[in-house]
Design a protein around this ligand. Structure first.
Ligand SMILES: [Zn+2]
Length: 306
């Protein structure tokens, strides 16, 4: 384990305890989140060292890597994912209309098993993927003939020409936060678009489920961002948010999983779902997010360099 002494966003050294959470997915260990006294940023601290984090991903349930289709929530996840991928492709085409003679280029950091990249490739994009999990890389190769690079290769890219860089629920896992954003700013074309999707710990469902909120996902999520944190962090690299979009299915998925975690705390419980409350809170989260500043359970931040 390693303990950060300073806030990764503003470098302030006064950090207050915020929450303790159990890792329900893999280890059943308890981890802590602290909050910066200056900027309010929340992050997992202490956290496993980067070289030890691999063992916390070793669960069949970690679907983005293994692509299993077991269980109700996982089944729903797969259906929604197919729909979401189409929406993502529509989004990049809206942001970068393909009017140039060559295909527009896209780099997906943390591409998992390559579903999104495959959809982009079919749509005429020139694609590159980066993925730390060897299993996921092999799956991408076998299923779609896509060969993602290991994360170190990101820093070997030298040309400043990518039209779009995407991180779909990835930045909250990235240890080399500043180094990664700095490199992104170097290789994104001047008029390029950066898309960062993240859980939002200011959302209604985060507040509602507290330590049982599934999107804390400790210790795999080492950072817990709000819109304000994204603004402050990316400003250092001359990025500004030009648009924020909701991911409305995530509130349901996260609320259902949070219900499971909540029940799992009871003695002898098998972690059964309270489906109705999960759906209700997911619905409520979306409804309220449309009406206040706290935002949706998960959000897509679209950024551009000044
Ligand atoms: Zn701070």
């Amino acid at each position: 384990m390693e303990t950060l002494k300073n806030c990764p966003v503003c470098n302030h050294d006064k950090l207050n305890p915020f929450l303790s959470c159990i890792d329900y997915t893999v280890s059943r260990e308890t981890f802590k989140i602290v909050q910066c006294a200056s900027c309010g940023f929340r992050f997992t601290n202490p956290r496993p060292e980067e070289k030890e984090i691999g063992k916390y991903y070793q669960a069949e349930e970690y679907i983005s890597h293994s692509d299993t289709r077991k269980g109700l929530v996982n089944k729903l996840y797969q259906i929604v994912r197919n729909h979401t991928i189409k929406e993502k492709v529509k989004l990049i085409n809206r942001l970068i209309p393909n009017s140039q003679p060559q295909a527009p280029s896209l780099l997906d950091i943390g591409c998992g098993t390559g579903e999104f990249l495959n959809a982009c490739k079919k749509d005429g994009w020139e694609i590159t993927g980066i993925e730390p999990s060897e299993i996921a890389r092999k799956n991408a190769e076998n299923k779609y003939g896509i060969t993602p690079f290991v994360p170190e290769r990101l820093f070997e890219i030298s040309e400043k020409k990518l039209n779009v860089i995407t991180l779909w629920h990835v930045l909250e896992h990235v240890y080399q936060l500043d180094k990664t954003i700095e490199q992104i700013s170097r290789i994104l074309a001047d008029d390029g678009i950066l898309i960062v999707a993240l859980p939002n710990c200011d959302s209604f469902d985060a507040r509602k489920y507290k330590e049982c909120w599934a999107a804390w996902d400790l210790p795999r999520h080492i950072f817990h961002f709000t819109k304000k944190d994204i603004e402050t962090l990316f400003k250092k690299y001359n990025f500004r948010i030009i648009e924020v979009l909701p991911m409305k299915f995530d509130s349901y998925y996260v609320s259902l999983l949070s219900e499971k975690y909540k029940n799992a705390r009871l003695p002898n419980a098998q972690g059964s779902y309270n489906l109705l409350s999960g759906f209700w809170n997911g619905f409520k989260s979306n409804l309220l997010a449309g009406k206040n500043e706290n935002g949706f359970s998960s959000q897509i931040y679209i950024l551009k360099q000044n």
